[in-house]
Structures are given as C-alpha cells and as structure tokens.
Design a protein around this ligand. Structure first.
Ligand SMILES: Cc1ncc(COP(=O)(O)O)c(C=O)c1O
Length: 385
C-alpha cells in the first residue's frame, strides 16, 4: 500500500536529494567541528556553516549574516529571544494563535512578574490590528507573533504588525516556523528585530536545525554560556554575534543539510514551490467540501493561507479519524492539539481537537485524491451524531 506523508507542518519529508548528498559528504569527507582548531577539515566545516548562514541572510534580506545564530529548532531560538529580553515588570503582547514554544516560555515568565497580553483572534485565526495598538502600555517591550498558524494556516499581517511595533518603539519577534521557505520574509521591510525559525520544515533541512536572527545592538542575554572557540581566555561569554548564542559544538552535519535545503529552494524557486503546495491545498479544500459531515477550520481559501488544513468529522474526536488514516490507509497526518492549545481555544476545538493535513513540494495530486477517497470512506463508516 502506498504511504502518504501529510505531516509537513511538523517536519518536512522527504528531503531533496541535495540535502542527502550534502550530509553524506559531510559525514564521509569533513566531519570536523567548525570554529575550533585551525586544521583543514575545520576550515572546510567553517566554510559550510558560513555558506549556510549567508544563504539564510539572503533568504530573509538580513544585512549581516553574523546576526543569524544556529539553534536546535525554532523552540530553542524562541526561548533565547523571549527569555533573553524580557525582565520582571516588562509587558509583552502576543496572540491567541501561538504555538507552545511561545506560550510556555511566556507562562514561565508570567510567574516571575512579566505581564502578558494575548490578543484573541477570531474563528479564522485572524488578528485585529486595532486590538494590538489598544493593548500597548508604557512598559510594553515586545510583540511576538506567529507569521502563520500551524493549526489553520492563517497568515498574519506581519508588515502591519511590524509598523505598529516600530511606531511605538517596541521590539518585534517573529515566529516564522510555518513560513520560512514558503512566504516572502524581509526583516528590514517588516521591521523585524528578532526571528526564530526551524530548518527542518519548509527550508527542507534535517531535524535538529533552526536559527535565530537577532538584529545588531539588541539587548538579548544568552541562555547558555560555554565554549565558542573564540576569546577562550576570558571567563565571560563573548558579546560578538553569532558566538554569543552559539555555545558548544554546532550541528554542522545538520547545517550542511540545511544549506543544501536552501540551495534546493533557490534551484526550484520559492514561488514554484509555493504554487505547487497551494494547488494541492486548493484541490484538497475543494474536495473535502463535498464530503458530508466534514468541517474545515480556518480561512478555507488557498489564496489566503498556508498549505496547512485542519478539519474534523462532526461529532468525532480527531484521534478517531487519525487512527484509521494511519493504520488502514497509510496516511500520516497530525491529529490532536498541534502543540497550540490557545489556538484550539480560539477556534472552540480544544476538547475534540482536529486532524491536520500539511502539504509539501513532494506531495502529489494523486495523493490528495487518495486522501479524499479515504476520508469519504472513514466519514461514511462513522456513526452520525
Ligand atoms: C508556529 C510554530 N512555532 C514553533 C514551532 C516549533 O518548532 P520546532 O519544533 O522546530 O521547535 C512550530 C512547530 O510545529 C510551529 O508550528
């Protein structure tokens, strides 16, 4: 039986052939730790890491590629940014569509005296810009927004939010987990001061990769201290970027793969990748509408969302749909809360949860048709409540 992978919003699979080649090359021919020692293999590893940083800088219009620090994933970068800048007494504004990688660090900080305002989004996951402005207080230091919801695929108006942040002199942190590699992101045009993103989703790198952009001069304290390969004679952590946030041996193997993922995006073109993914999304949205008893949440419009669609079969828990999809039909999806309980409260789906399909460049129209046929069969077999 064919295997269909529709869980790309968690991590993309398969990876492009150049990613496998770059990682194989690194393991077999390079292997050394970048930024340490000065032997030939280290120099080569340095070159690979530096090239990936430069590719990322180009992708997001970042002036200085040293302002990008590699992280383990998006969560790692978000924790560094959030905990590194907020202090007791500060106020932070965020949305009700955030992932736990934003909500949980904020929850911890709230216990320590940081004031948190969550702007409630509507049923589509859209945020009201006026409500953001109304929430600003004299001690508001940071605005954190997810660029795209990992539940509904809703895209936030980042440019407008960046303008609000700039107008009120507030730092702007973007969680680009669902958009890096598929949406145009220009940190300068959007007034983004910090941005965290994974390397393993739409940038097509391997798991264990991610990065944090911190604009020069930002007063962000590092979460970790340790070996950086530079200024080893000082007891304190270097202030220089990217070492400030890069203690310990880097995941150079993963970074080699991430660099190849970026080269894949440049080879195929981000627009072409997005177009293919949105055609699949459109096909799925049109088909699923015709299946009785299935309710789709979010924008339900391929022109206005990411290739992420969440739905339910009326009266049934998401797990009861995800299980047959996996076990009987070999379709990998994500059924549950998607690590975004606030988003599910916003949609009113916290108790029943949702089934999520998320598409990548490597999915096909045939797979979407097969999934629609499978869903129809599952929906027909389930008792109507
Ligand atoms: C919106 C959003 N933020 C953050 C994350 C966390 O990403 P990572 O697993 O790379 O830490 C995800 C992952 O699903 C996400 O969708």
């Amino acid at each position: 039986m064919k295997y269909v992978y529709f869980d790309n919003a968690a991590t993309s699979w398969p990876k492009p052939p150049e990613v496998l080649q770059a990682m194989e090359h690194f393991i077999k021919e390079v292997g050394a730790s970048p930024g340490r020692a000065g032997h030939k293999r280290t120099v080569e590893a340095n070159g690979i890491v530096d090239e990936t940083r430069e590719l990322l800088a180009r992708q997001f219009n970042i002036n200085d590629h040293q302002q990008i620090s590699f992280t383990m994933n998006a969560t790692d970068g978000l924790n560094t940014a959030i905990k590194g800048i907020l202090k007791p007494g500060d106020h932070v504004i965020t949305s009700s569509m955030e992932h736990n990688s934003v909500s949980r660090p904020l929850y911890v900080l709230e216990q320590e005296g940081v004031q948190v305002t969550k702007i409630k989004c509507n049923f589509q996951g859209d945020i009201c810009l006026q409500k953001i402005e109304q929430a600003i207080k004299p001690n508001t230091k940071l605005l954190i927004i997810t660029h795209g919801s990992n539940v509904t695929g809703t895209i936030m108006p980042v440019k407008d939010i960046g303008e609000i942040a700039q107008k009120h002199n507030i730092y702007f942190l973007l969680d680009a987990s669902q958009t890096a590699g598929i949406e145009n992101i220009d940190v300068q045009k959007f007034n983004i001061n910090m941005m965290a993103f994974p390397g393993h989703k739409s940038l097509y790198g391997p798991q264990g990769t991610g990065a944090l952009y911190v604009a020069g001069g930002m007063p962000v304290h590092p979460l970790r201290q340790g070996g950086t390969g530079t200024k080893s004679d000082t007891p304190y952590q270097p202030e220089v970027l990217p070492e400030k946030f890069e203690s310990g041996t880097l995941n150079a193997l993963g970074i080699a793969g991430l660099g190849a993922g970026l080269k894949f995006i440049n080879r195929v073109g981000m627009d072409a990748i997005k177009e293919r993914e949105m055609q699949l999304t459109k096909k799925f949205l049109e088909g699923v509408k015709k299946i009785p008893n299935i309710v789709v949440h979010g924008p339900r419009n391929a022109e206005k969302q990411l290739p992420v669609v969440s739905f339910e079969i009326k009266g049934h828990k998401a797990g009861d749909v995800g299980k047959p999809l996996d076990e009987q039909y070999n379709i990998a999806c994500r059924a549950g809360l998607h690590c975004a309980p606030d988003a599910h409260h916003t949609l009113g789906t916290f108790n029943r949860k949702l089934v999520r399909f998320s598409f990548s460049y490597f999915n096909t129209p045939d797979e979407v048709e097969y999934a629609l046929r499978s869903l129809r069969e599952i929906a027909m077999d389930m008792p109507k409540n």
